[in-house]
Design a binder for this molecule. Structure first.
Ligand code: PLP
Ligand code: COI
Length: 371
């Protein structure tokens, strides 16, 4: 990365925190940070005003925002976000996985929500700057990383809905994290939601838009009431085609050993185009695992799992990496995938992906950016 203080014509104002955690306090917080509970000392903020563009770029102490109660994001939910991780490699360098893909997806989300694009160099510089000042927060233990959460909210004050906001705030905050699911790599049980829909054609499913998650909590609670860990979303029209799971994309393994092949649902416009999913489309064939992007119905899921043709299922995403799915429940009853334990294909894919991200495998696809 470049160290030039100006990016897209902007110079970042650096306001260092007077309340930085001491190395001892930080070490204690890094012991068992959970997921998204602990935050670093600083954050980046950049403002946007129609006609003026992006301005007032800052690194400042992490802390509360002051918002007028009539701020449009609070009423009409113009809010988009990203999620990516920074890893500490064994040589001490701080590395992120395909950050330019997150920058591009942020801007696709922005377009869908009538929000302004953030130039990629500002996105990258925001990460670089936060890591420059808060790099000590990147854990150096296996399965730990610094989760980076870039996001953008509308900030116009007023209740009219005849046009999108004319002002916006981009922020980057960072949180040291361990495993997304407590208990490490343990198969999850999923609930097929037939009462609720995540995304419909023409809707916002392909955007990393806050409202998609707001709309998911009730179905997720229903999944938990049914004794499941996660909700699986089906298509809006027929409630028949499998789309994705909570905050993760799904993969189905057919066959085993040399005959194993992978299937993932196609990006129909209602799924989030996961960056991990995209990486696995390249990575898996190189491991000798052919991939296809083809729809899977709930009937086929059950039938293939029960016949043994489908041997494994896993979910993938930044937060949850590669997580095995062991059991499936719905109004129509329950079934188990394989023996309900993490399968060899799932573990192989996981190991390769994590190996690449953490520098234990060569970066042969050029997916890593050092900051
Ligand atoms: N699907 C949804 C709904 C998500 O929130 C996420 C998480 O970002 C994913 C899939 C996986 O995307 P990625 O691999 O880019 O993290
Ligand atoms: C991610 O994997 O980055 C996600 O967004 C999942 C969840 C924390 C929303």
């Amino acid at each position: 990365m470049n160290n030039d203080a100006t990016t897209s014509g902007l110079t970042f104002d650096i306001q260092l925190s007077h309340h930085r955690k001491t190395p001892e306090e930080r070490a204690q917080l890094l012991e068992n940070p959970g997921f998204g509970q602990v935050f670093t000392d600083h954050m980046v903020t950049i403002r946007y005003t129609e006609g003026q563009g992006w301005h007032d770029a800052k690194l400042e102490p992490y802390g509360p925002l002051t918002l007028d109660p009539a701020t449009s994001a609070l009423h009409y939910a113009q809010e988009i976000f990203e999620g990516l991780k920074a890893y500490r490699h064994s040589d001490g360098s701080l590395v992120s996985f395909r950050p330019e893909a997150n920058a591009a997806r942020l801007n696709r989300s922005a377009e869908r929500m009538a929000m302004p694009a953030l130039p990629e160099d500002l996105f990258m510089r925001s990460i670089e700057l936060l890591l420059e000042h808060d790099g000590a927060w990147v854990p150096d233990k296996d399965d730990f990383s610094l989760y980076l959460r870039p996001f953008m909210i509308s900030t116009d004050v007023g209740l009219g809905v005849n046009h999108p906001s004319r002002t916006y705030l981009y922020l980057l905050i960072a949180s040291p994290v361990g495993s997304y699911f407590s208990g490490g790599v343990k198969p999850v049980t999923v609930w097929l939601s037939k009462d609720y829909t995540r995304a419909a054609p023409g809707g916002t499913g392909a955007a990393k838009f806050a409202g998609n998650y707001a709309a998911s909590f009730l179905a997720q609670s229903q999944a938990v009431e049914q004794g499941c860990d996660q909700v699986v979303w089906l298509d809006a029209r027929e409630h028949r085609w499998v789309e994705e799971m909570g905050g993760m994309n799904l993969w189905f393994v057919f066959g085993s050993g040399e005959n194993a092949k992978l299937r993932t649902p196609p990006l129909t416009g209602t799924l989030l185009p996961g960056i991990t999913r995209d990486a696995l489309l390249t990575l898996a064939p190189d491991l000798g695992l052919p991939v296809e992007e083809e729809p899977l119905s709930v009937e086929e899921w059950r039938r293939a799992a029960e016949s043994g043709e489908m041997t494994e299922v896993f979910a993938c995403g930044t937060a949850a990496v590669v997580t095995p799915v062991g059991h499936v429940k719905s109004d129509d009853g329950a079934f188990t995938i394989g023996d309900g334990e993490p399968g060899p294909v799932t573990m192989r894919v996981r190991e390769e992906l994590v190996g690449l991200q953490t520098g234990k495998r060569a970066d042969k696809y050029g997916w890593l950016t050092s900051f």
